[in-house]
Design a protein around this ligand. Structure first.
Ligand SMILES: N[C@@H](CCC(=O)N[C@@H](CS)C(=O)NCC(=O)O)C(=O)O
Length: 104
């Protein structure tokens, strides 16, 4: 909300300036879909996958993740071009709350 994703510090770990980023064991991970897969590979216990077990459900999950990935870029364009082009619009109200529908 404070555009911190555009700070030098943040751009140093994600040159795209997008949220989110995971730093684990000194390694930087970007792209939420890749982070989901990384978390599953790194932290899921045997027989306790975070992801669906069946191949059909995994295929469906990957289709949905791909769809979201493509849709997200379009939503970003619409948001920053038409809905909130001024970065000051991104700042939360005084108490830190943010009511998207109240603004538009
Ligand atoms: N493909 C990226 C998209 C990340 C993305 O668009 N993040 C948004 C927040 S949900 C963001 O950083 N918006 C601020 C900006 O683009 O400046 C991912 O899935 O990690």
């Amino acid at each position: 909300m404070k555009d911190e994703q555009r700070s030098d510090w943040y751009l140093g770990i994600n040159a795209c300036g997008q949220v989110l980023v995971l730093v684990n064991d000194g390694q930087v991970h970007i792209e939420s879909n890749n982070i989901i897969e990384y978390l599953n590979q790194t932290f899921a216990r045997p027989n306790q996958s975070f992801l669906p077990i069946s191949e059909a459900e995994q295929d469906e999950m990957h289709e949905l993740m791909d769809l979201e990935d493509k849709l997200h870029a379009d939503l970003r364009t619409v948001t920053f071009t038409y809905l909130a082009p001024d970065p000051s619009d991104h700042a939360p109200a005084g108490d830190g709350s943010f009511d998207f529908f109240e603004r538009f």
